[in-house]
Design a protein around this ligand. Structure first.
Ligand code: HGY
Ligand code: MN
Ligand code: MN
Length: 403
């Protein structure tokens, strides 16, 4: 591979894969046709670079520069997206890793430690509802049986989708060999926020990730006719569901730096002239620490419970995923920052596979400036010059760690 590969050029090669026709941006969900096309593209890119490619038992792809084994310097990110997601969230980390390998090779670098590029499966949880599913399975952070029974909106289980993608569902779960292979993990990611814009810098190192989780609030009432049912005779679950959405904003606004989002509401059956029988509402709540995050959720649950009672509806709440605050390895963060001549350290409100692995191995993240800070939307962007600054930074860090 020549040294002219750029992150921007590699992103352009996959620009048309998995376009979301409804929202714009991309819809690339784990093991769907678009994500599988991206997987095939990644394998082809790795093979062009004589990187030995393997898929682990949990569907994560590994491309090896050097002999696979314990203590490698591992980088990478994910290729799946949220519905209508941007071009950079995930893929920038993967293409930057490929370009960084090219840069190191063009500079005549020969690693003393093996370097691996990993593409983690289902980082967004966009299909099966649990974020970082691939890295959670690898590290034992989710029960394999719970994972196997996760299902998508069409009722397809993770076990079925994994089998269809060529995995053995019976084997998903903690992978000690894969975990031992990771001596250090460094993930490059587009910044999801405005920190770097406000600092006027192209690249930062991460210092922490907010605690965050997802909860499903299920309201049950009585399906009925929209026209023939008097208001006093209704048990309409959409009413407490609506109050719960407002409660999320109220509860989060009461806690410093907390965030609560409802991005998905599914009424059953969802007819215009039908009083719903049930309404499922998914909550994404985040805050600086466990107590604040759970406190926001409890406040929302209390308000939703009262709203359900007023409409004579039932409410159940299920925690679907949770991750406590992540503080990245301070020593590694300082090493990375020093290798880059002293870049800013930024917190993030976005979760990452690096956040899952940080509980097991020394982990760092690099952020690349995003001019608007917008993410999880088609408008997500990073300037080509900043993307290349990210590649140079990643190559520098990998070279120092593997040298
Ligand atoms: O939701 C998140 O924070 C990440 O983008 N999966
Ligand atoms: Mn994301
Ligand atoms: Mn991401």
């Amino acid at each position: 591979m020549s040294g002219t590969t750029t992150a921007t050029g590699l992103l352009a090669a996959i620009d048309g894969v998995g376009r979301d026709p409804k929202r714009g941006g991309y819809r690339r969900h784990v093991f769907d046709p678009a994500e599988r096309e991206l997987r095939e593209w990644f394998v082809e890119q790795a093979q062009r670079r004589d990187l030995a490619v393997r898929c682990d038992r949990n569907g994560n792809l590994w491309a090896w520069w050097g002999e696979p084994g314990p203590g490698a310097i591992v980088t990478g990110s994910h290729l799946d997206s949220v519905p209508g997601g941007g071009a950079f969230d995930g893929p920038l980390g993967v293409v930057s890793a490929l370009a960084a390998v090219d840069t190191l090779r063009d500079n005549g670098f020969a690693p003393d430690k093996a370097i691996a590029i990993v593409v983690f499966a289902e980082e967004e949880g966009g299909r099966f509802g649990v974020p970082c599913l691939g890295s959670r399975l690898l590290s034992g952070a989710i029960d394999p049986d719970v994972a196997r029974h996760l299902h998508d909106q069409d009722g397809v289980t993770f076990a079925e989708a994994a089998a269809e993608a060529g995995l053995d569902p019976a084997r998903v779960g903690r992978d000690d060999e894969a975990l031992a292979a990771i001596g250090t993990f460094v993930e490059l990611h587009v910044e999801q926020g405005r920190g770097l814009i406000d600092l006027g810098a192209p690249v930062a190192v991460a210092d922490s990730i907010l605690a965050h989780g997802r909860w499903r609030f299920s309201f049950t009432g009585e399906g009925n006719h929209a026209g023939a049912t008097l208001l006093g005779d209704r048990r309409d679950p959409m009413v407490p569901a609506a109050e719960m959405v407002l409660a999320a904003r109220i509860a989060a606004s009461e806690v410093d730096d907390a965030r609560a989002t409802v991005g998905r509401i599914v009424p059953n059956p969802g007819g215009t002239n039908v009083i719903a029988s049930t309404v499922d509402v998914w909550l994404d709540a985040r805050a600086a620490d466990d107590a604040n995050t759970r406190g926001v959720v409890e406040r929302i649950r209390d308000m939703a419970t009262d709203a359900a009672a007023r409409e004579n509806c039932e409410l159940t709440v299920v925690e679907e995923s949770y991750g406590d605050t992540v503080v990245f390895d301070a020593g590694l963060r300082k090493t990375v920052s020093a290798a880059l001549g002293g870049v800013p350290a930024l917190p993030t409100g976005a979760g990452h596979d690096a956040g899952v692995l940080a509980a097991h191995v020394p982990t760092a993240m690099l952020f690349v400036r995003n001019p608007t800070g917008v993410s999880h939307a088609p408008e997500e962007f990073a300037e080509p010059a900043d993307c290349e600054a990210g590649v140079t930074a990643l190559a520098t860090v990998l070279g120092q760690l593997a040298g």
